[in-house]
Write a protein of this length. Structure first.
Length: 187
């Protein structure tokens, strides 16, 4: 089995999990999407938990890279903070999908421990990044950075959930604008 097969499986699993969560991951359906036999998936991922943990880990690693890239491209922390919701908007633009880890977080009680760890890491990556940006922008005291970062992360993820439930990306945009209006995402 090639690394190309592994990458194709991860890509298919990501797309599925963004639409149906961890519960929607099914080796037979993924194999059909990728064009391989279901048993071939077991070569790379012996269990559904292994696959779920790998796809969630890849998701947070990709998100961390996007966030760091944003900081490198846009040295102004306030502009970075204003652009942060665009990352979540992209999932909605992709067939009304959701953030994979937000979707899986809703299933937390039913997730294997390895998957839980990766899902929670996604939230930690976002909150840590937001805390750094808030601190650099000087928008809140250093003591308040983490609490504000959590509020921003929760608000943006919540806006995505509400918009997805209505299949209405304009609703997401309106919610984000309301957050800006009250100063949550700076002014």
């Amino acid at each position: 089995m090639s690394s190309n097969s592994r990458e194709a499986i991860l890509a298919a699993a990501r797309k599925t999990a963004q639409a149906h969560g961890y519960g929607g991951l099914n080796f037979r359906d993924l194999a059909a999407d990728v064009g391989i036999k279901a048993a071939s998936i077991h070569y790379h991922f012996p269990s559904k938990a292994d696959l779920g943990a790998a796809v969630a880990k890849r998701y947070w690693e990709d998100a961390a890279a996007v966030l760091e890239s944003m900081l490198a491209e846009i040295p102004d922390p306030i502009r970075c903070l204003q652009r942060y919701p665009d990352i979540f908007r992209k999932a909605l633009e992709n067939d009304n999908r959701m953030c994979l880890c937000s979707f899986m977080a809703a299933e937390l009680d039913d997730l294997p421990d390895a998957v839980k760890t990766e899902v929670l890491t996604f939230a930690d990556v976002n909150v840590t990044w937001l805390s750094r940006v808030l601190s650099a922008a000087g928008l809140v005291s250093s003591e308040e950075c983490k609490a504000r970062a959590r509020a921003i992360f929760a608000a943006v993820a919540g806006a995505q959930l509400v918009a997805r439930s209505r299949s209405d990306i304009a609703l997401y945009d309106a919610l984000i604008e309301s957050y800006r209006g009250i100063g949550l995402l700076s002014t």
